[in-house]
Design a protein around this ligand. Structure first.
Ligand code: GLU
Length: 336
């Protein structure tokens, strides 16, 4: 009760004009609330216990100790703390967005005839279950095999048109048409994505996908390399939190039912094979990526974006998860 009161006091503080309005997608001012900055300071040291992802060479350049957070409210106010000017690539967070677009393109039945809806305890890029599951279909859209199958379903005449549709969709969700693909990261992953290529060949052998593998890897690596800030992530989270409505325009940019499906996958498989523990400790639908980003959607309340490139052994931002844990506890954000 007391924490709820202090949460709304914190929200109120934003509304009296301490923080600038972020419509238009530009961070006008990155001043942070003292409370939020204090949480960042408390958690930053955890970064030392993790490791920046290096299997995609371009990701090695990230600064291990960076940590930042943005929170975005449905009425258009937001605030940030930490190294919030730092951008990141979406990596696996993009899987939530491509899933929404693929369902919008093909319908729920089509998508889930080809990709399952169950969590897996395996690593995100594992090939094991593809072989042992019969019929051979990826277990869910948040692991790489499932995400590749989902990206395959995005409609368009060629890679360029499909990417353009995905970018237009992200621009509409974030209200930020400056978001672009980081070509260096995309290229770096494209050159080293042999494990993902092998997943594609497996999927093609089993008729889950039909297209040329190089084209699909091209689109997928570009999708993963879409570059955003914490604030962009928080805005995406806010749209999901508000059941698909982008509040500044009032537009239903993601159908309600599809936003619900995305949030459900975020709860059951959004944090790799740490999703169960995360649901208990944090209780916020969330999706992480190996760049160190975490997208959070607090149903009906706000969106959260985190950046902390130092990862734990499961691939989640080590300091970012701690930050969400503390935030959720302090402001009673768990949905359970
Ligand atoms: N592009 C990365 C890959 O497919 C995304 C992985 C992730 O963020 O979990 O390996």
């Amino acid at each position: 009760m007391e924490t709820e009161k202090s949460a709304s006091r914190l929200a109120l503080k934003q509304h009296v004009g301490i923080y600038k309005q972020f419509y238009g997608g530009i961070i006008l001012n990155c001043q942070s609330s003292e409370e939020l900055q204090a949480l960042v300071n408390e958690c930053r040291d955890y970064a030392k216990q993790g490791k920046v992802a290096d299997y995609i060479p371009a990701l090695k350049k990230a600064k291990q100790n960076d940590l930042s957070i943005s929170i975005f409210y449905p009425d258009g106010y937001g605030f940030s703390a930490g190294d919030c000017q730092q951008s990141m690539t979406l990596q696996s967070i993009s899987k939530v967005i491509s899933l929404a677009l693929a369902i919008m393109d093909r319908g729920v039945d089509y998508v889930f005839e080809r990709v399952g809806q169950e969590p897996t305890g395996d690593p995100f890029n594992s090939v094991a279950k593809l072989e042992t599951n019969k019929p051979s279909k990826p277990l869910n859209p948040m692991i790489n095999a499932g995400a590749l199958a989902v990206t395959h379903m995005i409609k368009g005449a060629n890679v360029q048109e499909r990417l353009h549709r995905l970018m237009t969709f992200i621009h509409a969700i974030t209200g930020n048409d400056q978001i672009k693909v980081n070509e260096e990261v995309a290229d770096s992953e494209f050159k080293t994505a042999d494990l993902n290529r092998s997943l594609c060949y497996f999927l093609r052998q089993h008729n889950v996908i039909e297209e040329n593998v190089e084209d699909l890897i091209d689109l997928y690596t570009k999708q993963c390399a879409i570059e955003v800030t914490c604030l962009d992530l928080a805005k995406i989270g806010c749209v999901l939190a508000m059941d698909g409505v982008e509040m500044s325009t009032g537009k239903q940019v993601i159908p309600h039912e599809i936003a619900r499906i995305c949030k459900t996958f975020m709860v059951t498989c959004g944090m790799y094979n740490a999703s169960g523990e995360f649901a208990i400790k944090v209780g916020i639908p969330a999706k992480s990526g190996v760049s160190g980003g975490i997208l959070g959607a607090v149903p009906g309340k706000c969106g959260i974006g985190i950046y902390g490139p130092s990862l734990d052994e499961k691939g989640n931002s080590i300091a970012g998860v701690k930050l969400l844990e503390k935030l959720s506890k302090k402001y009673s954000l768990s949905m359970f």
